[in-house]
Design a protein around this ligand. Structure first.
Ligand code: ADP
Length: 361
């Protein structure tokens, strides 16, 4: 039966069939020599003890020779590579992920040990990148926490000064409160992301009207956009049923709308559009804000990534990472179009549960 565990062309057994021919040839030759030896002993009329000992010593030598040859073959074929693997495994167990074991043969002559070595190298590389991600994550979290903690500490110290006016006290207390809110948002985002990434949240998928939900989210940010004198335009159906988890999707709309308000300068416009297709419902949030270049767009879904540092204090770079993870869980999709200085459009597509169409501007 064909074993499909290995890629095509890979040798699945290291047993050298030629070994039989080698042993057969050697034993044939050795028994020839043995016969010659016996003839020589008989014609030389050596004494009985020597006549017995010489063939024993001869076959002993032959056995030693064959054992050394076999040992060398086993060492070359199995022990050498396995010892290298054992050494590499113990280095990885000790936390060294820079280990690389070269394959024994060139790719056209790979056997299953070469495949094992290649897989091992791949596994070590994966482990290394997970370790880097973990270290990066910890240093990012520490960095993000340091700033608000420093703000709280400094303003708390200032508040102790006796000569403060009421306005100053009020301002310092407000700064402390804002830093505390920032810390609390950071921690709750990390916890949410952690739960989502470890699949500890099972989406409760049901059919519900996404238009109502998006409108509710927009209204929540009314004060923020009105304060910046941002115009808001909508182009949505009366209702559109999606098959999704309502509370998880709320995170998506909140993030997209709050980002649009945050990155749009005063006097700008935010447009929320929604349309239904046969099996999907799409909601897009566009703004006339600062936009992003192609390089930034590649990273916006990475944890802690903030392309526009001028607003870095208003966020923690986890929002879009959360959005992406939620949409992965709900079989949704997100696309981004953006141009520096002109604005951005984030379009979210979700599986539809059925739509009630009634166009409205
Ligand atoms: P943040 O907490 O910084 O908003 P996000 O994960 O929500 O973090 O976004 C990551 C980065 O993507 C932001 O820091 C910003 O640089 C960029 N970004 C997100 N939304 C927009 C937008 N509407 N316009 C311009 N840049 C955006």
């Amino acid at each position: 039966m064909k074993n499909e565990k290995y890629p095509r062309g890979v040798r699945e057994s290291l047993f050298p069939a030629s070994l039989f021919a080698i042993y057969f040839g050697v034993l044939l030759l050795m028994s020839g020599i043995h016969s010659g030896l016996i003839v020589f002993i008989n014609t030389a009329a050596l004494n009985g003890l020597i006549q017995t000992l010489v063939p024993i010593a001869y076959w002993c030598l032959v056995a030693v020779g064959l054992t050394l040859f076999t040992r060398n073959e086993i060492k070359k074929t199995y022990e050498g590579p396995l010892h290298k693997m054992a050494e590499a495994t113990s280095r990885v167990a000790g936390g060294d992920f820079s280990v690389y074991v070269p394959t024994i043969h060139t790719q056209d002559r790979w056997d299953y040990l070469d495949v094992m070595i290649v897989d091992f190298n791949k596994m070590v590389e994966e482990l290394g990148s997970i370790e880097t991600l973990k270290t990066d994550f910890i240093s990012n979290v520490s960095h993000e926490m340091k700033t608000p903690i420093a703000i709280i500490k400094n303003y708390a110290e200032l508040l102790r000064m006796e000569s403060l006016t009421e306005e100053q006290k009020e301002e310092y207390a407000r700064n402390i409160e804002a830093a505390a809110v920032r810390l609390s948002n950071l921690i709750s985002n990390i916890l949410k992301l952690n739960k989502l990434e470890n699949q500890r949240i099972t989406p409760e998928v049901e059919a519900y009207d996404v238009c109502r939900q998006v409108c509710d989210c927009i209204i929540q940010y009314e004060n923020a956009w009105e304060e910046k004198e941002i115009g808001l335009e909508t182009d949505m159906e009366d209702s559109a049923l999606v098959e999704a988890d309502e509370s998880l999707l709320e995170l998506v709309w909140n993030n997209l709308i709050s980002n649009a308000v945050k990155f749009t300068p005063p006097g700008g416009t935010i447009t929320v559009k929604q349309f239904s297709q046969e099996d999907t419902v799409t909601v897009s949030v566009s703004d006339t804000g600062c936009g992003m270049d192609a390089e930034s767009m590649k990273h916006i879904f990475d944890k802690f990534y903030q392309a526009d540092t001028s607003h870095s204090r208003e966020g923690n770079g986890l929002g879009l990472a959360l959005v992406k993870r939620v949409l992965e869980l709900l079989d949704g999709d997100i696309r981004v179009e953006s141009e520096p200085g002109k604005g951005s459009t984030f379009s979210v597509t979700l599986p539809a549960a059925g739509t009630v169409k009634q166009e409205e501007d």
